[in-house]
Structures are given as C-alpha cells and as structure tokens.
Write a new protein. Structure first.
Length: 267
C-alpha cells in the first residue's frame, strides 16, 4: 500500500511524502526542516525511512531545506542537471547538496529508485528547469504537476496515466487582474511560464483523465489570488460540464498551504 502526505503546498513551502511499507521519498523540501521533523513525529513516520528526494525545480519554496536534509540524513537528491545548477546558485539554500549526493535525472527517462519507478517530464515554468513526476509503486500511478504555466501535450499523457494526481490550481484570473499586484507580476503569473489557473486545471483534468483516476488534490494555491472553496467549486463546475461528478467519479480535495494533510492510502 502506498501512503501520501502533503506537508505544505504553496508559496510558503512545498513538500510531499510518498511511502511504501519498506521505502519512502520526498518530493521537494521547501518547508523548514524543524517543522518537517515535527510533522513527521506527529504522523508517526520517520524521516530516517526517506531514502531519496525528488526536486521539481529550483525556486526557494521548493528547495529551501533540501541541502540541510540531504546532508543531515545522507540522502541523495534527484533532479535534472539544470535544476541542480539552480539549487547551487540559489542564495536561499544556505546549505548546498553535497556533490556526492546530487543525482541527475533525464526528462522522459524512467528510473527504478528503490520501490519506486520514477519518470520526470517537462513542465513549463520560469525557473531554471521544471519537471513533473510520475511515480509508480505498489500497482499505483501517482502524478504531480506543480508550477505550470500551461498544459502541454506531454503533460496530458501523464495526467491520463494517473490513478492519483496532485495538480496546480494556483489562481483565479479575475482575482489576479483586479488585485493589487503590479503589472509585471500579473503578467508573469498569467504567462505560459507562470502558474495554472483554476479553469485551466479543470479543463486539463476533464479532457485528459482516465476512468482509473481516483483522487485529485489541487495544489499550490495562491494566498492572494485564490481561495480553497473557489478553486474546488471552479474545477468541480468544469468537470460537471464534461459530465464528470466530483465526489462520485473521483475525489477532489484542496491541499492546505501551510498545514499537513493526510495520510492518504493509495490503493
């Protein structure tokens, strides 16, 4: 049985935990290490079980504590070559990943990492590089797509393969347009290398999900330009327009920005 916990999802810090009975990994470590340790104690899961870390991209809210964790626990960090370069350049990462622990992944190539089959794929974002991950274990396909400016054909194929999906629903377009952000920041968020809005997320799901998709978590919601209930209702309404009923055909939840959620059993 595969277990999933979200330890944070948003600009304050992102971190996701996946575990089989004998192995575990983290996807991104943009939360504080002290808080992560406390959350794990609260959930009864030991960080010493984590044998590798996967990184999506090099923005601080996804990598802030990766060097500290990797060095403290002697855990290898897997990312594309460009993301590793970005981690080393990012001044928010005070302790860097030791060269011996920096492992390179190639987009589109599947690697067996312990109990997990891991396939990174390209996701457009204004970082040094950015990937989503399809992680397969225990007969389950888990996919994560975060910080996506648009939905590409390649991303669609991975959505269609997922039994469980974490996907970005960052903002409501009208809230961005009518909000207090300066124009350059609005343009960045709304660009094809920015962030996915609620409606785009719903369409991506409705047009590409398979009958085997069981549970969707909306991630990386903006604190200023979205609201959990608005995201859930907007995505749910798009799905209904395609004849898909959230709560019946699949479960739909919104991950909290700073509060852990789970554990979820993925079967």
């Amino acid at each position: 049985m595969l277990k999933f916990i979200s330890f944070g999802s948003g600009s304050s810090g992102n971190c996701y935990f996946l575990a089989t009975p004998t192995d575990a990994l983290l996807i991104d470590i943009g939360v504080g290490l002290r808080g992560l340790k406390k959350h794990c104690r609260d959930y009864g899961c030991s960080l010493s079980k984590v044998r590798r870390v996967l990184i999506t991209h090099d923005h601080a809210d996804h990598i802030k504590s990766v060097g500290s964790f990797s060095n403290d626990y002697n855990v290898p960090v897997y990312a594309t070559r460009e993301v590793h370069v970005g981690i080393n350049r990012n001044c928010c990462v005070v302790k860097k990943v030791a060269p011996a622990l920096a492992c390179v992944l190639e987009k589109g190539q599947t690697q067996q990492l312990g109990d997990f089959r891991v396939t990174p794929f390209e996701v457009p974002h204004d970082s040094t590089d950015n990937v989503g991950y399809l992680v397969e274990a225990e007969g389950v396909a888990f996919c994560i797509i975060t910080d996506a400016g648009m939905v590409t054909d390649e991303m669609k194929t991975y959505i269609s393969r997922a039994n469980y999906l974490v996907i970005e629903a960052n903002h409501d377009v009208e809230m961005v347009m009518n909000g207090p952000y300066p124009k350059f920041l609005k343009d960045r968020i709304l660009s094809q290398t920015g962030h996915l809005n609620n409606n785009e997320c719903g369409v991506a799901l409705a047009e590409n999900m398979s009958e085997y998709l069981r549970h969707v978590w909306l991630c990386h919601l903006s604190e200023e330009n979205n609201h959990p209930e608005l995201a859930r209702k907007t995505v749910g309404a798009v799905l209904r327009n395609y004849g898909i009923v959230a709560g019946t055909d699949l479960q739909l939840e919104v991950l909290k920005r700073t509060t852990p959620m789970g554990p979820y059993e993925l079967v």
